[in-house]
Design a protein around this ligand. Sequence first.
Ligand code: NAD
Ligand code: TDX
Length: 336
Amino acid sequence: MNVLVTGGCGFIGSNLVKYLRRERPAWTVVNLDKLTYAGNLENLAELEGDPRHVFIRGDIGNRELVEHLMSVHAIDAVMHLAAESHVDRSILGPEVFVTTNVLGTQQLLEASRARGVKRFLMVSTDEVYGSLGPTGAFTESSPLQPSSPYSASKTSADLVALAYHHTFKLDVVVTRCSNNYGRYQFPEKLIPLMVVNALHDKPLPVYGDGGNVRDWLHVEDHCQALLLALEKGRAGEVYNIGGGAERRNLDIVKAILGLVGKPDSLIQYVKDRPGHDRRYAIDPSKVRAELGWTPAHTFEQGLAETVRWYVDHPAWWERVTSGAYRQYFETQYRTR
Ligand code: NAD
Ligand code: TDX
């Protein structure tokens, strides 16, 4: 089995590539990644010299390149994770979100169709469903109501992938997961940003009243669900994947401060994110019943381990927060 993972140098992708090498050692994993600010080969340092991990730097939108590598490596299946992934960046500059997430995905689907790929796993997001009120949870048939340029671009990609199944009979499975956390997450996302700021005694910027709720999923649990969906999911189906751990942002920020031994006075309430979704929650009944998946991590244990990893690996986040990221970070916070 030869699998193409796109975005394999990002947060979830790098965890997935390592998970696949451990769980399916006979497979060859071809990793196509453009190495944007979010992609970092250092995340895969432990695979150096591994003949069954092939890294190719390139854009998913480059059809010639994608078709060529699919042919040279006899790709059987695609796990598509490459994307622009950060909501705040999509508010500052939506264009690249449409280019990569929508047009890039379509090019990849077209190449997969042309090369007779046997399965295409589209990694989508729960943000396609928009925001929930205080109760209820997203099921696979909840209406699609994305709010941000990021989530609208992911919804478009998700629907184009399903259209390739319905129209062209490409074997497509879509997963829609909730907020991931764990090692190697870029420190622009809530949990690593707060850990890094706390370690530097910098203010912790909580948007709005801090009462927004996310349903947290450990990245290793997500990788397990993705492999199950690849191997056992039914073509044309959507599977919601959620960790069953709904938490308010403010409670997470306070938990992080407790774990690193810093005072709550570092919390700074800042202007809310425009169009900020209030609450996400996943009904995971389908993935549990059909694929037999349940998360292994509890949030409290997973958060403690994740925070410890950031505390123990300052060299990793110091390098990734330099350069281009720093410039973005400063633009972001000048506007508040
Ligand atoms: P990330 O931003 O950490 O990584 C994205 C990777 O894609 C990077 O390595 C980047 O270099 C690569 N990439 C970007 N544009 C590319 C292009 N045009 N061609 C090739 N490679 C390109 O993202 P992540 O958090 O690991 O998310 C992975 C996927 O999971 C995304 O599709 C995202 O929408 C989805 N998702 C993420 C979460 C989450 O909580 N992180 C939740 C739901 C869904
Ligand atoms: O500085 C911050 N302060 C803050 O209060 C940041 C970065 C975030 N927040 C809030 C906004 C959200 O309510 O924390 C929550 C989580 O924010 P993010 O980490 O930016 O994630 P979110 O917007 O929920 O989107 C994430 O989950 C769905 C991923 O980034 C997406 O790629 C995924 O599709």
